[in-house]
Design a protein around this ligand. Structure first.
Ligand code: KIV
Ligand code: ZN
Length: 537
């Protein structure tokens, strides 16, 4: 199947969410899915519905609210079992265009140790489960997990069997991030040459960044004929992450002339090679970082704070004389507007609502009121409110996890020759207000110890970071933390002009996530859980 562009399959909400600590609740996933729709990705892999009732609800909600006739395809992941496939089929049902993505490992090492199945059994489960998925919807994606380390001749047989059973997309995962670009390209060429019915399916690629090669591997796969790329915003995902959407899209955009011939297009063709609205990239990156607590490194390609550093003050002599001396792309092409100052203390509710809606936030009247009060509060302390501040306000006030524990009082004293001391009042899930105090090595330590005396949930703080939202002495500070409970990690995030207060809110935010997970029960991991494949559930 040939087409003059690649399909972008975003798996931020599935593989991305599998990163330790990146768990999002339904409202947060919906906000990300809406931004992915504005970005115009072709397919959203919205989650793994069988994992937990919360995951099921998230996929179903996204299918209903984002899976509109002119919107993206909504996909649900399923292991090759009837139970998983039924859950995925039910969850994607509200979408105008729904897809089931089922997978089964094909490498010798996975078949022997994880599945405990022979090659013949894997072939027959592929046939049975792809056919079963096909009984629910026409759009079926099949992945031979760990394809990168699978024996090629066996891989070709499995792929042919999947197509014969109804798969319309064949996804080739480099599950452990092992391949090099040349090898990935050869793998795709081998599949095109040796799978007899390959013309009936779209070839997709999925890969992890363990050796930092995921994007390079995908671009080589595109040259060899892959026409769907599975990627995530900011490259988040299992271990070292997935291929980053923004890097793939901008590589195909900026270097279009190099890639055009591989699509059968004339070198000079201006036709876009993806359907992505690149101007929405930066916003998507910020939103995912805020929702998951996964910070973007400053030198990250495309969306890192330094990626367009000369745009924001560190002007290079050459750039001043001619931008093209050092720049290969325009910051505005990814929607970076250089922190335009938009609102201030005297801005009214209408200006506030209008700017939020331009930024992609459509709030209910109740949420708008809440955010507006917070905006006024920040504007009292900080003269100029930028888009980044507005994002922080909305992310902080509206897109929060349920407040099982609510901070009612934070009082801290610290300074030189003083013992840092914090007094905290927390509204508990049963409505009681509990107050306690603690000293600490610093104000944040004192706050966290006081909160721990009230909220008795075992956890270790494993990461704490504070970043300013914008430049300037009066900037808001964003605090991101990660706590560990057993083998699970939870993140917390908050913004405030007072970083000590933001630290307290970030910690309560992480504890609320941890508490919610304890209530809901831990979700199944699609690739680690040891369940029988095939007809079992
Ligand atoms: O990395 C992987 O192999 C996966 C599959 C489920 C496609 O995420
Ligand atoms: Zn993966």
């Amino acid at each position: 199947m040939t087409q003059p562009r690649v399909l972008i399959f975003d798996t931020t909400l599935r593989d991305g969410e599998q990163s330790p600590g990146a768990t999002m609740n339904v409202a947060e996933k919906l906000a990300v899915a809406k931004q992915l729709a504005r970005l115009k990705v072709d397919i959203i892999e919205a989650g793994f519905p069988f994992a937990s009732p919360g995951d099921f609800e998230a996929v179903q909600t996204i299918a209903g609210e984002v899976g509109l006739p002119d919107g993206p395809v909504i996909c649900g992941l399923a292991r090759a079992t009837k139970g998983d496939i039924e859950a995925a089929a039910k969850a994607i049902a509200p979408a105008a265009k729904g897809r089931i993505h089922t997978f089964l490992a094909t490498s010798d090492i996975h078949m022997k140790y994880k599945l405990k199945k022979s090659r013949a059994e894997v072939l027959s489960i592929t046939e049975e489960m792809v056919s079963y998925a096909k009984s629910f919807t026409d759009d079926i994606e099949f992945s031979p997990e760990d394809a990168g380390r699978s024996e090629p001749e066996f891989l070709y047989q499995v792929l042919e069997r999947a197509i014969q059973s109804g798969a319309t997309t064949l996804n080739i995962p480099d599950t452990v991030g092992y391949l090099t670009p040349g090898e990935f390209g050869d793998l795709i060429r081998g599949i095109k040459a040796n799978v007899p019915s390959i013309q009936k399916a779209v070839i997709s690629v999925h890969g992890h960044n363990d050796l930092g090669l995921a994007v390079a591997n995908f671009l080589e796969a595109v040259k060899a004929g892959a026409r769907q790329l599975e990627c995530t915003i900011n490259g988040i995902g299992e271990r070292a992450g997935n291929a980053a959407l923004e890097e793939l899209v901008m590589a195909l955009h900026v270097r279009r002339q190099y890639y055009n011939p591989f699509f059968g297009l004339p070198v000079e063709s201006e036709a876009p090679l993806t359907n992505i609205n690149t101007q929405e990239i930066y916003k998507a990156s910020r939103l995912v970082s805020n929702m998951t607590g996964m910070l973007v490194q400053p030198n990250k390609a495309i969306v890192g704070a330094n990626a367009f550093a000369h745009e924001s003050g560190i002007h290079q002599d050459g750039v001043l004389k001619n931008r093209l001396t050092y720049e290969i792309m325009d910051a505005q092409s990814i929607g970076l507007n250089n922190n335009l100052i938009v609102l201030g203390k005297h801005s009214g509710r209408n200006a506030f609502r209008t700017r939020l809606s331009e930024l992609g936030f459509e709030l209910s009247d109740q949420d708008l009121n809440k955010a507006f009060l917070r905006f006024k509060d920040v504007a009292d302390k900080k003269k100029e409110i930028s888009d980044r501040d507005l994002e922080a306000i909305v992310n902080n006030e509206i897109l929060q996890v349920a407040e099982h524990f609510k901070l009612d009082l934070i009082q801290v004293s610290c300074g030189s020759n003083a013992q840092p001391t914090a007094t905290i009042t927390v509204r508990m899930p049963d409505g009681r207000d509990l107050t306690d105090a603690s000293v600490g090595t610093g104000p944040v330590d004192a706050i966290y110890r006081a909160i721990n005396r009230i909220v008795d949930i075992e956890n270790d703080l494993i990461e704490y970071s504070v970043q300013s939202v914008t430049a300037g002495i009066d900037a808001m500070g964003e605090v991101t933390i990660r706590v560990r409970n057993g083998d699970r990690i939870y993140s917390g995030h908050a913004a405030n002009t007072d970083i000590v207060v933001a630290s307290a809110y970030a910690y309560i935010n992480a504890l609320n996530r941890l508490y919610a997970a304890m209530q809901a029960g831990v979700a199944i991991h699609p690739q680690h859980a040891n369940v029988p494949v095939g007809t079992g559930v």
